[in-house]
Every structure is written in structure tokens, then in C-alpha cells.
Design a protein around this ligand. Structure first.
Ligand SMILES: [Fe+2]
Length: 483
């Protein structure tokens, strides 16, 4: 059976397009499930670089990993991996993981098996590669020089029965990630960093709820397509991505898809999240670095399994995070400036029930970090910390010896409110962390980090790509001002 599907993304996403994208998604997923193998995606050449369309390929993107190694990834409904052309030399991409329906994760009373009816293919991009393509799909090789980084986090459409939280996935104003991706792509980044919580559709949309009607749910490919591969398409095609794992990608939740599609290391059954008995391996990943300038490197830390209360020495989190934090101490020595990336804020505030109050940073991580790096929580040499998890933008610097912190969790998933500004007197995100400057913004948007005059400058943008805050980063101090 063959089917043709048209999906036209316009230059300005609006509600009509959102519904159109949803319909396209449903057609895509429905045809995948029914064994149809041929799709035709028609996308405006002004927006994307696929033109004309390529058969069978559903997504093509580049994942950055340890030491700046780049892995090209292709998701296809074909039975074989395609050929990749790298600087004029063709080779077959290798199978990363075969299509499969895998063990149910999540709450057995309300979950289901996860179907992945796509073949995941990969190929290493050698350092210095100038061009890579699969058919007529151009892949984004790592840039020799990085001028602009896009920062996003917390992007999927929340559907979670346990919290009675159902975002209007069919309304681009209520779930604006597609527009965020398009606006961010238009800024021509050299690298995109997603700081975790990509997958959100864990429960079925309740009957009669038109806001999320017809949405896929669960941990299979259809939800990954709906939450990431379709809405993020312009941005996936704009630059390589560095993925930082969030709690939504832990093994008990969407970890199976995380390892199939996004983890930068090789896929293995032992770390696939398919067997809960192996979660202690799958839930913790070694930290790694990616250089973004001669004097600046990123340290990527997997905090997906972080708890909420301080650890004791018997806790698995304690046993895993302590040696990994010691590894971070060794990694910082290879960078003049180090930016630490993990999902859960350690030195930033979360929203409290009372509008004039705040909650502190993650106590579980603080407990082990204070053990390894007393008081500062991070080793000397970490100048900046980038987080997600809290669904807003937040920037802090400290008069105490703590690294500046930025939270970019406002890129699409359900808005959860705002933080008081000014902060309550004496509020500290961690004991002894004395806030000197604090900025926050609760509306949806994204951030960029630009290399300017040998330093870095951060900008917070609204959904449509209008600059709202500009933040200088001088001598380790992030200070934001309204534009
Ligand atoms: Fe989170």
C-alpha cells in the first residue's frame, strides 16, 4: 500500500497549521502502524532543506557526544539503513537499533507497550567533515567555529492523568514548541542544546477534551514524533543538537526512546531501559565534555534520576552521582571556562504554592554536590550552570562563590506560573548561595548564547523570535536587562 501525505509548514505557525500538523502526524503514525512504508512530506523550501522529499525517511538529525564526536541519525520505515554521503564518499549507515515493540514502562495500571516501528540508523561524522547528506537531505555537520547556540528545555505537550494535566496540544498558542523551533531555526544557530524533558504525552487524552483530541500517548515512536520530531523539524535541520537528559527520559518513563533516538553513545540492550532490573545502569550516564570555543567547554551531566530529598550513603543516587561528580572535577581541568549542563536546577528557584514564596534547588543533587564540592557545590572552573525542569526563564548570579545559573524551561511544556520578583528577602536556592542578581520571565520562549568579542552574551526570546532580555556574562556574572 502506498500513500501520499502533504504537510506544508508555513513561515508563520498559527492554530490552523497546528491542527494541520496534528492531522499530518496522525496520518503518518496511522500509516506506520498499518504497515504502509511510503511517506511523502512536502515542506516549504524556505523553511526546511528537504526538497524534494525523500521516501521512507521520517527524521534526520545530528547528535553531539563526548569530545565533540558527531553522530548522524536517520529514522526510517525502510528495512535497510540508507547510504550517507560524507564529503563525497558514500557509505551505508549502520543499524543503531531495529524496529520493535518493547516492554511496558510506567505505571502498569495505566501504561502500554511502546511500539517503535522505525529503524534507527547512525553514522559517525569524522572530525572536520564539511558536508554530509542522505539522499537529498542535508545533514548539519559540527561547525568549526560556534557563533550562536540555541538553548531550550521542557518542550513536549503535557498529558499526564496522575496530575490531571492535559495541555492543548492541538493549539499552537497553548503548546508553542513548533513555533519556538521555527523562530529559533530562523536565527541560524550553530548548535542547539536541549536541556531535557522532551517527551510529555504519558496518558491518553480524556474523552471530550478537544485540546488534545487524537493525540498519541505512551512511550512509543508516535509520541516521540508528536513531541519532538515533527514540531522540532526546522530546528533539527538547522544545526547539530546536544541532548541533556531530563527526568521525563529516565528509564521508568521515556528512557526507551531516549536511548533509541537521542543518547550520544552506542545503543545497547543493557542500557535500553527495556528491563527494569537494569535501570541502575540505564538511569545514570557518565559526564562528558563538548568544546564550543578554544577557551570554553560544556560539561554534560545526566541528572535524570535525581530524587527530591537529600541522599544517604545507601541510596543508588549517592553511589552513582558521587563518582560522577568526581569525574566532573577532572573534566573541568581541560577547560579554561566550563559550562555545566544538567536538567534539574541546583542553584535556581522552583515555583512554590504561595505566589510570594519560592522553593529551593534540587536537594538530592545538593546533598551529594555539597559532599564532593563543599559549599560551592560545583568545582572551581565551572563558571555557569544551565538547567531546565522549571517551566520558566530564570537567571541568577551570586555574591557568594557560586556559579551563575540560567534556567530555560519555558520552550513549550505547560506553563506552571511565575516566580516573585523581587525575591522574598533572604531567599537562597541552596544554603549559603547569596543571590546578587535575579531575572525571570514566565512566558514561553527560548534563549540563545552568542559569542561576542571573545565572551558570551545570552538573549531570551519570545515565541515569535522577538528579543526580550539581554544578559551580559562578564567575569562569571550573568546580568539580564529588558530590551
Ligand atoms: Fe523535568
Amino acid at each position: 500500500m502506498q500513500k501520499k501525505m502533504k504537510w506544508v509548514m508555513r513561515s508563520t505557525v498559527n492554530r490552523t497549521v497546528s491542527i494541520g500538523a496534528t492531522v499530518a502526524l496522525l496520518a503518518l503514525v496511522s500509516s506506520l502502524m498499518s504497515g504502509c512504508v511510503q511517506q511523502t512530506l512536502q515542506v516549504s523550501p524556505a523553511t526546511l532543506s528537504i526538497h524534494p522529499p525523500v521516501e521512507n525517511i521520517h527524521s534526520a538529525y545530528v547528535v553531539m557526544g563526548e569530545g565533540g564526536k558527531a553522530s548522524a541519525r536517520v529514522l526510517t520505515s525502510a528495512v535497510q539503513c540508507p547510504v550517507i554521503d560524507i564529503d563525497g564518499t558514500s557509505q551505508a549507515m549502520r543499524v543503531r537499533v531495529l524496529p520493535a515493540t518493547v516492554a511496558m514502562r510506567g505505571d502498569p495500571a495505566s501504561s502500554k507497550e511502546a511500539a517503535f516501528p522505525v529503524l534507527t540508523c547512525e553514522a559517525n561524522l569524522p572530525a572536520g567533515a564539511a558536508r554530509a547528506s542522505v539522499g537529498n537531505i542535508k545533514l548539519q555537520v559540527p561547525r568549526a567555529v560556534i557563533h550562536r547556540i540555541v538553548l531550550i528545555a521542557d518542550t513536549g505537550c503535557r498529558m499526564k492523568a496522575a496530575d490531571n494535566a492535559f495541555q492543548d496540544c492541538n493549539d499552537v498558542e497553548k503548546w508553542p514548541f513548533a513555533q519556538v523551533a521555527q523562530s529559533a531555526a530562523a536565527l541560524k544557530p550553530d548548535l542547539v542544546i536541549h536541556i531535557g524533558d522532551i517527551h510529555y504525552r504519558e496518558s491518553p487524552c480524556p474523552p471530550g477534551n478537544q485540546g488534545c483530541a487524537h493525540s498519541p500517548w505512551g512511550y512509543g515512536y508516535d509520541t516521540w514524533a508528536a513531541d519532538l520530531f515533527i514540531p522540532a523539524r526546522p530546528l533539527l535541520m538547522a544545526a547539530p543538537w546536544l541532548f541533556v537528559r531530563g527526568n521525563h527520559e529516565s528509564c521508568a518513563r521515556a528512557g526507551q526512546g531516549w536511548f533509541r533516538f537521542l543518547d550520544s553513545n552506542s545503543w545497547s540492550e543493557a542500557r535500553s531501559c527495556n528491563n527494569p532490573k537494569l535501570d541502575t545502569e540505564g538511569d545514570f550516564s557518565d559526564p562528558f565534555t563538548v568544546s564550543v570555543a578554544a577557551d570554553t567547554q560544556l560539561i554534560v551531566f545526566d541528572s535524570s534520576k535525581a530524587g527530591s530529598k537529600g541522599y544517604s550513603a545507601r541510596d543508588e543516587g549517592y553511589k552513582k552521582y558521587v563518582p560522577q561528580l568526581l569525574q566532573v572535577g577532572a573534566l573541568v581541568k581541560s577547560g579554561q571556562h566550563n559550562f555545566f549542563l544538567n536538567h534539574h536546577p541546583v542553584l535556581a528557584f522552583a515555583i512554590a504554592k504561595e505566589a510570594d514564596q519560592v522553593k529551593s534547588g534540587n536537594e538530592a543533587l545538593q546533598s551529594v554536590m555539597n559532599l564532593v564540592y563543599p559549599k560551592r557545590l560545583f568545582p572551581e572552573g565551572v563558571d555557569l550552570v544551565l538547567n531546565g525542569h522549571v517551566h520558566l526563564f530564570e537567571s541568577l548570579n551570586f555574591s557568594s562563590n557560586h556559579p551563575s545559573t540560567v534556567v530555560v524551561g519555558n520552550a513549550g511544556s505547560g506553563n506552571e506560573g511565575s516566580l516573585p520578583q523581587p525575591l522574598p528577602a533572604g531567599a537562597q536556592p541552596a544554603p549559603g548561595a547569596v543571590v546578587e542578581n535575579f531575572s525571570t520571565r514566565s512566558e514561553y520562549g527560548f534563549a540563545t548564547f552568542d559569542r561576542v568579542d571573545g565572551g558570551w552574551e545570552l538573549t531570551e526570546w519570545d515565541v515569535m523570535g522577538k528579543a526580550i532580555l539581554r544578559c551580559s556574562f562578564q567575569a562569571g556574572k550573568m546580568v539580564c536587562q529588558k530590551i
